[in-house]
Ligand binder design. Structure first.
Ligand SMILES: Nc1ncnc2c1ncn2[C@@H]1O[C@H](COP(=O)(O)OP(=O)(O)OP(=O)(O)O)[C@@H](O)[C@H]1O
Ligand SMILES: [Mg+2]
Length: 344
């Protein structure tokens, strides 16, 4: 198959670090004050790995993604920290250098993207446009068509449907096409922000399973973002739990699922129906996430935390490894009970 047609991941050796996020801090300036949307976030995505970021609405998941791609609005400021792709700092690149990395090296399925297709152009032509902008070499029209056809097949769409307009696609088809677009330049990393949220459960499940197959077949590295911990559990090997701009727990998905160490992760799991495990009583997660202009002192979760002690309101715990590859930012993590009954 011609090089231009091959759909592959250009990542390195499986298990070696690919994307390193180091003490990242990003704020938005507003009339009311600074919104602390990403606060001291550190994690690494390895080659060939799928990791997840989970947390309630407004906890900063999309903000992290947009910071990694440097696609932030004008009122944002990256205050400190670094993002390295294959050892190269993305934060230090100028806009032109970053433009060449975007889509080709690090691409994204944007939250809500299935509704942002331009209604007056055929779906295939919109992917063609993206290829013309971002593919490193010039392709002939036929090569472009062949590549789009191969991408369609990969994501479970019939290639003849590339001639259709967005309104002729179902929601699931539009989202599959969004995924094809994100894959179009053989990126090393894909960030998938709520890739299935707007879809019904059956279509959601199909697309997640297919994404997982594509990721494993191509040895792709993916960051999945979702407010739904069940989605993250289905497709990732490791996951991070975010609360109010901070990463509060990071570990293998199975471990976080069975033995969460942060009270927030524990309560989030208790409020989520089990996927495959036995039925259990659900406990709603009480309270509201804090205002990120004036977040609580100490641990940001302490006002909602049943395990909070005096120390939690004054001293901020940092993310600390407490067991093999399992890190938590909590003074009282040892108090958190096992979940039990949840199976991956
Ligand atoms: N352009 C902006 N200007 C000011 N504040 C913003 C801006 N974009 C996001 N925020 C705020 O930053 C915080 C994090 O938002 P973000 O969209 O990253 O959360 P999220 O976890 O992706 O939420 P959701 O699950 O709803 O998509 C929120 O408090 C949000 O109100
Ligand atoms: Mg979001």
């Amino acid at each position: 198959m011609a090089q231009t047609l091959e759909i592959e991941s250009r990542g390195g050796k499986a298990g070696t670090p690919l994307l390193e996020v180091d003490s990242l801090v990003m704020h938005y300036g507003t009339k009311e004050g600074d919104v602390s949307a990403v606060e001291d976030v550190t994690f690494t995505l390895n080659n060939g790995e799928a990791i997840g970021l989970v947390g309630e609405s407004g906890c900063g998941k999309t903000s992290i993604a947009l910071t990694l791609l440097r696609l932030l609005p004008d009122n944002s400021v990256i205050k400190s920290g670094d993002v390295r792709l294959d050892g190269e700092s993305l934060i230090e690149l100028d806009e032109e250098q970053m433009r060449r990395r975007r889509w080709r090296d690090i691409s994204m399925v944007f939250q809500g993207a299935m509704n942002s297709w331009n209604p007056v152009y055929r779906i295939g032509d919109q992917i063609r446009e993206a290829l013309r902008l971002h593919w490193p070499e010039t392709l002939t029209y036929q090569e472009e068509t062949d590549r789009i056809g191969a991408l369609f097949e990969l994501v479970g769409l019939n290639p003849v449907t590339m001639e259709r307009y967005p309104h002729e696609f179902s929601g699931g088809m539009r989202q599959r096409a969004v995924i094809a677009m994100a894959l179009s330049c053989n990126p090393k990393v894909i960030i998938a922000d709520e890739p299935t949220t707007a879809l019904d459960v059956i279509v959601q499940d199909q697309i997640l399973r297919e994404l997982k197959n594509i990721q494993q077949e191509l040895g792709m590295s993916i960051i999945y973002i979702s407010h739904d911990i069940a989605v993250i559990a289905e497709v990732t090997e490791r996951m991070g739990v975010m609360y109010a701009g901070k990463l509060v727990e990071l570990g293998s998905t199975v471990e976080v699922f069975h033995r969460p160490k942060h009270p927030y992760s524990y309560l989030l799991l208790k409020s989520t129906p089990s996927i495959t495990g036995p039925r259990r009583k659900l406990a709603p997660l009480e309270g509201e996430p804090p205002n990120l202009i004036e977040p609580p002192t100490g641990c940001r979760f302490h006002p909602r935390c049943p395990f909070a002690t005096e120390q939690c309101s004054t001293e901020e715990p940092s993310l600390t490894t407490v067991q093999d590859g399992h890190a938590v930012a909590c003074w009282n993590w040892q108090e958190v009970p096992e979940i039990g009954g949840l199976q991956k």
